[in-house]
Design a binder for this molecule. Structure first.
Ligand SMILES: [Zn+2]
Ligand SMILES: [Zn+2]
Length: 343
């Protein structure tokens, strides 16, 4: 009982933490919280250790490196090995349909294809050669993107919806975000690969969660476990309940139950992020614009410092032209054709 409560408490804490970060990252509270925490930590931890941690964080999140790609492949490899070594074999013994059990492998292959494409494809790097063609793609809204803006680092004119990625040190057309998991920017030309990668990753985690759950439920039903009784701490006979069953399964199949917990949590987190990415795709917004658009709107808030005389600049999305048109823009980016023809 204690273990299960502790585990669920831990799971809830992780999920609440992630949700809080998602909500608070758009406000000043998180920044204040982080600054406060950093100040407290700086008193406790020696300076050399602080420097080492900062250096490591800088390397992980502000330089291009393959750490997260490796971590991604290791985690995926571990989950699939567990599935292959235990779940697949047990499910075959229980005569699960083969196509049902092979579905996670099919999703894995498709996922790895889109993962590789997201990692290696050009997100839409702006160069001297393609600068002019990119400038013609999107209208300037004069709130978030104004004409005649230049990137001081690349020394190029900034097309509407583009942004300089400080990690990759380049300007990217229709910049969405820099993803550490694929070690690449997500922009106009690879947003489609990234979306399909996210979709197949969520689907493979979800499928694996369903197969493992069905297997465990089937096991309990076939062995009539739920009809059994057990002796509790006080020596009384008790009818098996759901808490006892979960603990029993954890002790009997620790790796499978642990993997199930992991893929369930992953499915929830990825599912949430996928919904957000689909919402952005359907409304023709990038993560960068969504974040900045909300801040433009937030200039009405009393927290934001602005001269009292200044007119509040309200950002309005001028790029959305209906669901299908928005999706077509992601899956058939206009300038990609232009580049291909030129090549
Ligand atoms: Zn730049
Ligand atoms: Zn980047």
């Amino acid at each position: 009982m204690d273990f299960l409560v502790l585990f669920l408490f831990y799971l809830a804490l992780v999920l609440i933490g992630v949700v809080m970060i998602c909500i608070c990252s758009k406000t000043h509270y998180l920044k204040g919280l982080v600054r406060g925490a950093a100040q407290i930590i700086s008193y406790i931890i020696p300076e050399c250790l602080q420097r080492a941690v900062l250096k490591l964080l800088h390397y992980l999140f502000h330089t291009r490196n393959h750490t997260f790609i490796l971590l991604h492949l290791v985690l995926q490899g571990m989950v699939y090995s567990e599935y292959t070594c235990e779940v697949f074999g047990y499910c075959r013994e229980l005569e699960f349909p083969l196509h049902y059990l092979l579905l996670p492998y099919l999703l894995l292959i498709v996922n790895l294809v889109f993962f590789t494409l997201s990692c290696v494809s050009n997100p839409g790097t702006i160069t001297k050669a393609n600068e002019l063609s990119f400038l013609q793609v999107y209208e300037f809204d004069e709130v978030m993107f104004s004409k005649n803006m230049k990137c001081s680092t690349c020394n190029l004119r900034k097309p509407a919806r583009s942004k300089h990625c400080s990690v990759c040190n380049r300007c990217v057309h229709r910049f969405d975000h820099h993803c550490v998991w694929v070690n690449n920017c997500i922009g106009a030309w690879n947003a489609r690969y990234f979306l399909l990668y996210l979709l197949t990753l969520t689907a493979s985690a979800g499928t694996m969660a369903v197969v493992s759950t069905v297997f465990l439920v089937q096991l309990v039903v076939l062995s009539d476990l739920y009809l059994e009784t057990y002796v509790d701490d006080l020596g009384h006979f008790q009818v098996v309940d759901i808490v006892f069953l979960i603990q029993y399964l954890f002790v009997t199949f620790p790796r499978i139950v642990f993997m199930l917990g992991f893929v369930v949590m992953l499915s929830l987190l990825l599912g949430g992020y996928l919904c957000f990415a689909l919402y952005l795709a359907a409304t023709n917004q990038t993560t960068n614009e969504w974040y900045r658009g909300d801040r433009a709107w937030c200039q009405h808030c009393p927290h934001a410092a602005r001269p009292p005389s200044a007119e509040p600049q309200v950002y309005r999305n001028i790029h959305s032209h209906g669901l299908w048109s928005n999706l077509r823009e992601i899956f058939l980016p206009a300038t990609a054709h232009y580049e291909r023809k030129k090549n």
